[in-house]
Ligand binder design. Structure first.
Ligand code: COA
Length: 156
């Protein structure tokens, strides 16, 4: 199987959405409408779109198929990595490793000194994957806040 990694293009959108819906069941959770994969793609295309990569399997007769994704970004202090996914029928072939290494290389080339990422504690298999790639838990508590325009409107 021939796999290449290249930047995402808009033509990959439907294939990426299908891959994410399978790889991230939380995207199908109606109680969490803030998780909107189409919006995630649109937002990324507006911010460092060159750091959104897809892994593509070349198929002789039928062109090519997207079998993996990774999003990354560098804010000038740290790099972050998101949306790593490999199609079920293409797992344990080293594609996830190649995607992470590709992202690491792209960030290193920008001078990024450290790459952070978050994994749901309910996903021991993903933790095992990152452990195999040399990632270790930092002694931090991960905090987050959802930002809304309304909070900053006059009179709010
Ligand atoms: C995590 C994921 C991207 C790994 O992709 P992959 O292409 O299968 O990974 P690789 O083939 O590069 O695996 C490299 C090594 O990681 C470890 N590893 C990978 N998957 C593992 C699993 N399910 N259980 C335990 N270890 C695992 C192994 O050491 C593996 O080496 P080996 O196959 O020689 O034993 C893939 O399982 C996936 O898409 N999961 C669902 C989406 C998801 O949860 N993404 C993470 C969001 S934070």
């Amino acid at each position: 199987m021939s796999i290449s990694i290249r930047p995402f293009t808009a033509a990959d959108t439907d294939a990426v959405l299908a891959l994410w819906l399978d790889a991230f069941p939380e995207y199908g959770d109606a109680s969490r409408p803030q998780r909107d994969p189409r919006l995630s793609i649109a937002n990324k295309l507006g911010t460092q779109p060159e750091l959104f990569f897809v892994a593509v399997r070349d198929e002789d007769d039928e062109g090519s198929a997207v079998v993996g994704t990774v999003m990354t970004g560098y804010d000038g202090h740290r790099g972050w990595l998101y949306s790593l996914a490999v199609a079920r029928d293409a797992r344990r072939l080293g594609i996830g490793t190649r995607l992470v290494r590709h992202a690491e290389h792209a960030l290193t080339a920008r001078g990024c000194p450290k790459l952070n990422l978050q994994v749901l504690s309910s996903k021991p298999d993903v933790l095992a994957f990152y452990d195999a790639l040399g990632y270790r838990a930092d002694a931090v508590v991960s905090l987050g806040k959802r930002l809304t325009q309304q909070e900053f409107e006059p009179g709010a």
